[in-house]
Ligand binder design. Sequence first.
Ligand code: GSH
Length: 206
Amino acid sequence: MLKLYYAPGTISIAVAITLEEAGLPYETVKVDFKSAQQRLPDYLSINAKGRVPALILQDGTVLTETGALLEYIASISPAAQLIPADPTLAAHMRSAMFYLASTMHVAHAHKMRGSRWATQQSSFDDMAALVPQTMAACATYVETHLLRGTSVLTQGFSIADPYLFVVCNWLEGDGVHLSDYPKIQNFMTMMETRQSVKTIREKAML
Ligand SMILES: N[C@@H](CCC(=O)N[C@@H](CS)C(=O)NCC(=O)O)C(=O)O
C-alpha cells in the first residue's frame, strides 16, 4: 500500500486529497513539526530535504515533490481522469502547479522559514512583514489568470485543484482576505463540497 508522510495543513495534504480523489488505498504517517521530526535522521533517511510530503511506493521507492506525487497518482489512476487529455489544457494545469511550487509556496514560506535565506532576526521580521503583500499579489494572479472556471480548468477537476486549494487555505493566515477574491472564494467553497476534502477534514489532516 502507498504510504504518505504528511503534516497537517501543509502542502502534503494536496497529496492526501488527490489520493482520495483517485480512490487509492493509502496509509499515513504524521511527521511532528513541533518537535522538528522532519530534521531528525530517521525522517532525513526517507526525505533528505527534510520536508513533507514523501510518498513510499509498495516496492519501497520514495517519491518527493508535491507536483511529482500528484502526477504519479494521476498516472496510476487513469479512470479518475485527473489530468486533461488536451495538451493545451494539461499545460495550463501544469503552469498553475509550477507557479504554486516556485512562487506562491515560496512567498508563504517567508513568514515562518526565513532562516532558509538569512541569519538575522531583523531579516526574518522584514521577510515576514512583506508576506501579506506578496501573498496578495499571488492571490490576484490566481484570481485573474489561474482560475479559468470554478476550478483551474474551465471545466472538470484536475490535480492542480487540490494543490491550489491547500495553498489558498493559507491565505487568511497570511493576512490576505478571501472576501477580496470572489473567484478564489468560490473555488474554496466548491472544494469543501468534495468528498475527498470532507474525508481529509474528518481525519483532522487539514
Ligand atoms: N517543493 C516541495 C516543498 C515541500 C515543503 O516545503 N513542505 C513544507 C511544508 S508546506 C515542509 O515540509 N516544511 C518543513 C521545514 O521547512 O522544516 C514540495 O512541493 O513538495
